[in-house]
Design a protein around this ligand. Structure first.
Ligand code: PMP
Length: 351
């Protein structure tokens, strides 16, 4: 059997499955509900032609790095661009994690930390969040002291709970950690607080970001990380040379130069508050306050609600069987129309 040839780490492996059910309202994957900015669409032909797709792409995405470095207030050398931040998590594990090294991450959190740590053959230490999904920094510090991990991952705002870890707590953890601390800020723009400035003081800090969320470019697959120059050099050793395609580099650069982001983020933050207020009028559900563009809700029977919502044409993310998330659904904030329709459907389903 071909599967006998698999690496030992992969034999027991359960990969990340995406359930892509066609629904009018797609509120499952934490994307924003907006298309490319008008100015980008107007210039699309020129952008694509100038991308010279007969040539390989710029291996280090230099123009993009320059623009991102201005956005983050760091040097271009502090940045690495990836084929989504997914790829960057993989690159971090490939560069630093040996079989049986320890990797620490929160639970529940973004599932790809576990996937890439497993592929690396790492020992995984999952630190549970508190009952209200807040972080307990001391739990991380104790685990760091005990296991001396190569990589510790923090996700803030955390997917799928929307909760955050404070900068003070991140500093406390950084002070105890000799391995790498990766702070995943995929949803940074919806929250507004960052630890990017700390890369000056902590050479073992990596901040992960993405253009898939607030910038609305999930389909282009562009993520980036911000870290010490030395760390970026180490990571470059395992990066595929042409990891980000030329069209993605060119469109991402154009979108970064447009000024739609502020309005879009404001719109989503405003809808987050609106949706929270509306959801709060529904009896019998538990809502977790969120700092991101999604809201986690606990139901008495999440599977039932999930299937009913699909019948209404709304796809959300079902975590009903996931440890630490039993009976929860995660709903991505949509347009006012989508949010109103969601609330109406939920009221009908739960009445
Ligand atoms: N980190 C977190 C916390 C996420 O939620 C996601 C996407 N859901 C990613 C990283 C990966 O994003 P991408 O690969 O699209 O950049």
């Amino acid at each position: 059997m071909i599967s006998d040839l698999l690496r030992e780490e992969i034999k027991r492996f359960k990969n990340y499955e995406v359930y892509n059910i066609e629904c009018k309202y797609k509120m499952d994957a934490n994307e924003i509900p907006f298309k490319l900015p008008e100015t980008t669409i107007e210039n699309l032909q020129e952008i694509v032609c100038n991308a010279n797709v007969n040539r390989y792409p710029d291996p280090v995405s230099m123009k993009l790095k320059k623009r991102l470095s201005e956005y983050c207030g760091v040097l271009p050398e502090n940045i690495m661009v990836g084929n989504g931040s997914d790829e960057l998590i993989h690159i971090i594990m490939n560069a630093f994690v040996d079989v049986n090294d320890y990797v620490i991450y929160p639970m529940p959190s973004f599932s790809m930390y576990k996937v890439y740590a497993q592929i690396a053959g790492a020992n995984r230490i999952e630190i549970s969040l508190n009952d209200d999904y807040s972080y307990d920094a001391d739990k991380f510090i104790n685990a760091i002291k005990k296991y001396n991990p190569k990589v510790t991952i923090l996700c803030t705002p955390n997917n799928p709970t929307g909760t955050v870890i404070s900068k003070e707590d991140i500093i406390k953890i950084l002070k105890h950690n000799h391995g790498l601390t990766v702070v995943d800020e995929a949803y940074y723009e919806f929250y507004g607080e960052t630890v990017v400035d700390l890369i000056k003081d902590y050479e073992n800090l990596i901040v992960l970001r993405t253009l898939s969320k607030a910038y609305g470019l999930a389909g282009l697959r562009v993520g980036y990380l911000v870290a010490n120059v030395e760390t970026v050099k180490c990571l470059s050793m395992v990066k595929s040379p042409y990891n980000v395609n030329s069209i993605s580099q060119a469109i991402a650069l154009n979108v970064l130069e447009s000024d739609v982001i502020k309005n879009r983020v404001e719109y989503i933050k405003n809808e987050r508050q609106y949706l929270l207020n509306e959801l709060n009028t529904i009896q019998g559900i538990k809502i977790y306050p969120s700092n991101a563009n999604f809201i986690l809700i606990k139901f008495n029977n999440a599977d039932y609600v999930y299937n009913k919502l699909i019948k209404c044409g709304i796809l959300v993310r079902n975590f009903s069987k996931d440890p630490g998330l039993y009976e929860t659904l995660r709903i991505t904030i949509g347009t006012r129309e989508a949010n109103n329709y969601l609330v109406k459907c939920l009221k009908e389903i739960l009445q």
